[in-house]
Write a protein that binds this ligand. Sequence first.
Ligand code: SAM
Length: 222
Amino acid sequence: MLKLEDSYIHKGQRKSLIDLLKRKGITDPAVLDAMNTLPRHFFFDSALASHAYEDKAFPIGEGQTISQPYTVAFQTSLLDISPGEKVLEIGTGSGYQAGILYLMGAQVHSIEYNQKLYETTKKFLSKLGIRIKHYCGDGSLGLPDKAPFDKIIVTAGAPVVPKALLHQLAVNGKLVIPVGDRTTQKMMRLTKKSPKNILQESFDNFSFVPLLGEEGWNKADL
Ligand code: SAM
């Protein structure tokens, strides 16, 4: 069992990671502050905790990963979060990304497909005092009952932009989603200028685990 202790060594490692993110071009002070505050090693299995402040993705069980810190910083910066905004995250995973959004003052709704990860992460975030709404299900369909959302972030690689997510975005809302094949995806940001006018921007390539579900990949084809 991992002891939840945030030592001065961890704090120093976290500060070095933040400096690295700045050198890689992350400038949003709110993103950097949240990532400097939330101990990433809490989200690791004790056997891997010494790697928590490397800029790498790591396994979290169930064949899934905690995203690379640069990826979390990049996606969160693209979302351009203001406190109080209602944000939908697809792919709760370890809960780290949700924790960053929570610390930035967002009202976070996060949905995870894998039942075991959903249960473990829900308990864990509550233990850390990170209060978000958890759902278990196919996030490629969004959460129609809770829409509209000011921001939507997808943390798994999608074959296409799910129509349901665009539909559930508020006017002036932003959807940040990696779209591509099973190994490489382009980071996309879609801004809903009006119900029929969507501004689409594309950024660098990333490599995510696949988004499963109705508007994602079919598990049997992977
Ligand atoms: N945001 C996570 C974090 O901070 O640890 C990292 C997410 S991991 C890269 C991708 C997650 O998306 C996995 O936990 C996976 O089970 C989940 N996932 C895949 N398809 C999904 C779907 N259709 N709906 C919800 N979650 C999905």
